[in-house]
Design a protein around this ligand. Structure first.
Ligand code: NAD
Ligand code: TYD
Length: 350
C-alpha cells in the first residue's frame, strides 16, 4: 500500500484513522485523503498533519459522487489501495432527508468501485468501512454475527447495506480484492456533536436539556474510536480477501445509562453547576426516533480468533478520555457548532 486512498478522512473516524496510521510502525506509504467537507468534515481534524509527516499526507477536496474528479485522483496519485469511510452517517438526518444518503453512500461507493475495477491488478485492496446497523434490530438476546441476514431499518442503514452488497458483488464478480468491516457505535475525540455522546457532553456542560429518545432503554454496543482504527488496519493487513469482519466493544449499554455516566463524570471533572445536585436533572425524555432499533450487540469472535484483536479501552477509561478531550478543545467545539449546526439542532429538538 504505497498510495492509499482514504475517503472521508476529514470526518470523525477517518481523521482518527489517518493519525493512527501515519504513526503505525508498519505503514510507510502515503495517504491521499479525499473528502467533500460536508458539515461533518473538518480540515481542523487533521491540522498540522502535513508538516508532521512530510510527503506522506495529501488532501484533495473531492466529492465521491463526482466520477470524473475521482478518476483524476486515482490516476494522478497512482492509487493502489482504498480505505472507504466517506458517508452520510447520521440516522436522524437520514430520516429527515434521505437523498444525500442514497447519493453518497450508494452512488459514491459505486463510483469508487468502478474506478477500482478499471485498475484491477493495480489495486491490492478495497476496504469498506460499514456499520452493524445493516443487520437491523435485536431483541433482548442474541448477537450479530457475519452470517446474520441484513434487515436495515433506517434510510442510513439501508444505504450502507446497499453499499456493502455492491462491494461484495465486485469481489465475487470481478475478483476485486476487498474486505468489509461492520462496526458498532464509536465514540471518542473529534466526533461531530450531533451523535449521542458528544451531544450529551456539550449540552450537559452548558446546562441544556439532555434529550433521550423514547424510554431510553435502547441498547448500543460502544467502541472507542482508536480501537476501531486498530481493527481496520489489522483487517487491511491480514484479513482474508472477500471476507467481512464484525467489530464490537463488548460494551452493551442502555442509552439512559450512557447519559447518566456522562453527567456523573462531568460533575466530577468540571464541577457541579450551581443550583443543581447533579447534571442528571437535565435529562429530558423526548419523542422517540421513528423505526428506532431496540438493541445492537456484536459477536466479534471471527476477528478475535483469526486476527487476535480485542478492544483495548474500557468504556470507563474511553469515556473519561473523550470528555477530557471535549473539555480541552473548546475552540474546535465552537467552530464546528456553526450556523448549520444551530439549524439542525432547532429542526431536530425544537
Ligand atoms: P462522519 O459523518 O463524521 O464523517 C463522514 C466524512 O465523509 C466527512 O468528513 C464528510 O465530509 C465526508 N463525506 C460525506 N459525503 C461525502 C462525499 N459525497 N464525498 C466525499 N466525502 C464525503 O462519519 P464517521 O462517524 O466518521 O463514519 C465514517 C464511516 O464509518 C462511515 O462510512 C460510517 O457509516 C461508518 N461507521 C460509523 C460508526 C460510528 O459510530 N460513527 C460506526 C460504524 C461505522
Ligand atoms: P446516535 O449517536 O445517533 O447513533 P446511532 O443512531 O447510529 O446508534 O444514537 C445513539 C443512540 O442514542 C440511539 O439509540 C439514539 C439515541 N439518541 C438519543 O436518545 N438522543 C439523542 O439526542 C441522540 C442524537 C441519540
Amino acid at each position: 500500500m504505497k498510495n492509499l486512498l482514504v475517503t472521508g478522512g476529514s470526518g470523525f473516524i477517518g481523521s482518527n484513522f489517518i493519525r493512527y496510521l501515519l504513526e503505525a510502525p508498519d505503514f510507510s506509504g502515503r495517504i491521499i485523503n479525499i473528502d467533500k467537507l460536508t458539515y461533518a468534515g473538518n480540515p481542523e481534524n487533521l491540522k498540522g498533519i502535513e508538516s508532521r509527516f512530510p510527503g506522506r499526507y495529501v488532501f484533495e477536496k473531492t466529492d465521491i459522487c463526482d466520477a470524473k474528479g475521482l478518476e483524476g485522483v486515482f490516476a494522478g496519485y497512482q492509487i493502489d489501495a482504498v480505505c472507504h469511510f466517506a458517508a452520510e452517517s447520521h440516522v436522524d438526518r437520514s430520516i429527515a432527508r434521505p437523498d444525500d444518503f442514497i447519493q453518497t453512500n450508494i452512488v459514491g461507493t459505486f463510483n469508487l468501485l468502478e474506478l477500482a475495477r478499471a485498475r484491477l491488478g493495480a489495486i491490492t485492496l478495497f476496504h469498506h468501512v460499514s456499520t452493524d446497523e445493516v443487520f437491523g434490530s435485536l431483541g433482548e438476546d442474541g448477537y450479530f454475527t457475519e452470517e446474520t441476514s441484513y434487515k436495515p431499518n433506517s434510510p442510513y442503514s439501508a444505504s450502507k447495506a446497499s453499499s456493502d452488497h455492491l462491494v461484495r458483488a465486485y469481489s465475487k464478480t470481478y475478483k476485486l480484492p476487498v474486505t468489509i468491516s461492520n462496526c458498532s457505535n464509536n465514540y471518542g475525540p473529534y466526533q461531530f456533536p450531533e451523535k449521542l455522546v458528544p451531544l450529551i457532553i456539550l449540552n450537559a456542560l452548558e446546562g441544556k436539556p439532555l434529550p433521550v429518545y423514547g424510554d431510553g432503554l435502547n441498547v448500543r454496543d460502544w467502541l472507542f474510536v482508536l480501537d476501531h482504527c486498530e481493527a481496520i488496519w489489522l483487517i487491511m493487513k491480514r484479513g482474508r480477501r472477500g471476507e467481512t469482519y464484525n467489530i464490537g466493544g463488548n460494551n452493551e449499554i442502555r442509552n439512559i445509562k450512557i447519559v447518566e455516566a456522562i453527567c456523573d463524570l462531568l460533575d466530577r471533572l468540571a464541577g457541579k453547576p450551581s443550583r443543581m445536585e447533579s447534571r442528571r436533572e437535565l435529562i429530558t425524555f423526548v419523542k422517540d426516533r421513528p423505526g428506532h432499533d431496540r438493541r445492537y450487540a456484536i459477536d466479534f469472535s471471527k476477528l478475535k480468533t483469526e486476527l487476535g484483536w480485542t478492544p483495548r479501552e474500557s468504556f470507563e477509561t474511553g469515556l473519561e478520555k473523550t470528555i477530557r478531550w471535549y473539555l480541552d478543545n473548546r475552540e474546535w467545539v465552537d467552530r464546528v457548532r456553526s450556523g448549520e449546526y444551530q439549524a439542525w439542532m432547532k429542526e431536530q429538538y425544537g
